[in-house]
Design a protein around this ligand. Sequence first.
Ligand code: CA
Ligand code: CA
Length: 91
Amino acid sequence: MKNLMETTRMATLALAAMGALALPSLAQAQDASEIDANGDGVMTLDEVQAVFEEVTADSFSAADENKDGALDDAEMVAAQEAGILPAPMAD
Ligand SMILES: [Ca+2]
Ligand SMILES: [Ca+2]
């Protein structure tokens, strides 16, 4: 009985490890979805400030290139590369 439980535990760990290895390309999207709290695909000032308290309305509007009041992924990446917004913390 103990061996069965041990085998099951090892299999679960192995699957978890495989899952982590299979998803490296999603790391960028995962960062964006952590900021996009309501999952509508864009990040509002409130959502950005919930993650980056230091972001001001001014820097947000500087990042919002099409002035629609929200940041899409491209605007977020461009703003982070330009140093307007802080980059997501690496794990
Ligand atoms: Ca959102
Ligand atoms: Ca925008």
